[in-house]
Design a protein around this ligand. Structure first.
Ligand code: NAD
Length: 354
């Protein structure tokens, strides 16, 4: 298991160090894990003048999987766009061909009160959002700001999806649904957009190959509503890049705790980049108070999706659950009266539970 580790900026190094502790335990237990570190984002700019330095690119291509902390920091906000940390993230995703972005929204019984929704609506919630990551209006050309004949300026973007792009992400969605609750809801805007009508047609075709999975379709506006009205109706949600961007953030907040949310971005061969959903949290960087659990849970997803080791993924997830059951909390998930522990102590607690 060759893993490229890219701590990045802000709290990135602190949280990644905790996930690395967990991987180290697994290595001592006999897994052949190799970790190699490189710079990404602002750290890449500081070290090599590039948010995605060539050495990092080489390492990322050679590795089986990438574990990433987060990128970004106030000090980089005035750099020209190509040198900003976020460009490092976009380039690594594109360079590795990571088209399937998986974000689970899972509510732990111990944290049910952290949700902004009523406990009965979210208790037991376990949704997987699969967002297409490399196509759609975010990448479509032409785009820009132009001046019309009448002198008025106009901003414009182009939305399209090719058949192969829809097929490959649909297959990924059905395969994931097969290993979960066997329900897949494809979200689009087929009542208005031609791209969505085509998306629906192709997803329906792909569904023929997965008779065990129950396929439904939903318009994105309704999906946004249903996610806060009755989120437990969903198992896997499959959607395009822009709708997935918005819905996955909405769904993640059902869990109430940004520090708990892992993610995976996969290519066609299950090579993946694993990272917490949150950013680099510069406001709390270096204080040993960040929650490392999203990053540790990202390592669990890595075991599940890239290395096909469901047993180890579950072992890591069980260790995280055990620390929560023990009443251990970082500040972001602590309820009034609970004892708070720091980032490194939380990492140690998961290692002990493991
Ligand atoms: P953020 O997710 O970094 O922080 C939002 C809030 O959540 C902050 O108050 C922060 O302290 C808190 N928070 C985040 N992660 C936490 C954790 N693990 N434990 C405890 N609290 C946590 O979002 P932001 O403030 O909008 O962005 C900060 C920087 O991160 C920006 O430079 C942004 O561009 C970047 N960013 C990076 C990624 C990424 O690397 N994937 C994603 C989003 C934002």
């Amino acid at each position: 298991m060759k893993i490229a580790v890219l701590p990045g900026d802000g709290i990135g190094p602190e949280i990644v160090a905790q996930a690395a502790k967990v991987l180290e335990v697994l290595r001592r237990d006999g897994l052949k894990i190799e970790l190699e570190y490189a710079h990404l984002g602002g750290a890449g700019y500081d070290a090599a003048g590039d948010p995605f330095p060539p050495a990092t690119e080489k390492l990322a291509h050679a590795a089986d999987a990438v574990l990433l902390g987060a990128v970004g920091g106030y000090q980089y906000d005035t750099l020209p766009r190509p040198l900003r940390p976020e460009q490092g993230l976009l380039r690594i995703r594109k360079g590795l061909g990571l088209f399937a972005n998986l974000r689970p929204a899972l509510v732990y019984p111990e944290l049910v009160n952290a949700s902004s929704l009523k406990p009965e609506l979210v208790s037991g919630l376990d949704i997987m959002i699969l967002r297409e990551l490399t196509g759609d209006i975010y990448f479509g050309q032409p785009r820009g700001i132009r001046t019309l004949d009448n002198g008025e300026r106009q901003g414009f973007d182009t939305m399209y999806y090719s058949e192969s792009e829809i097929r490959r992400v649909a297959h990924a969605g059905f395969r994931i649904a097969l290993n979960r609750g066997k329900k897949l809801c494809s979200v689009d805007k087929a009542n208005v957009l031609d791209t969505s009508m085509f998306w629906r047609e192709i997803v329906t075709e792909v569904a023929q190959e997965y008779p065990a999975v129950e396929l439904s379709h939903m318009y994105v506006d309704n999906a946004a509503m249903q996610l806060v009205r009755a989120p437990k109706q969903f198992d896997v949600i499959l959607t395009g890049n822009i709708f997935g961007d918005i819905l996955s953030d909405e769904a993640s907040m059902l869990t109430g705790s940004i520090g708990m949310l892992p993610s995976a971005s996969l290519d066609a061969n299950n090579k993946g980049l694993y990272e917490p959903c949150h950013g680099s949290a510069p406001d709390i960087a270096g204080k040993d108070i960040a929650n490392p659990l999203a990053t540790i849970l990202s390592a669990a997803m890595m075991m599940r999706y890239t290395f096909a080791r469901e047993d180890i993924a579950q072992r890591i997830e069980a260790a995280v659950r055990k620390t929560l059951q023990q009443g251990l909390r970082t500040g972001d998930i602590a309820e009034a009266g609970m004892r708070k522990i720091g980032c490194a102590a939380m990492g140690d607690a998961v290692v002990a539970a493991l």
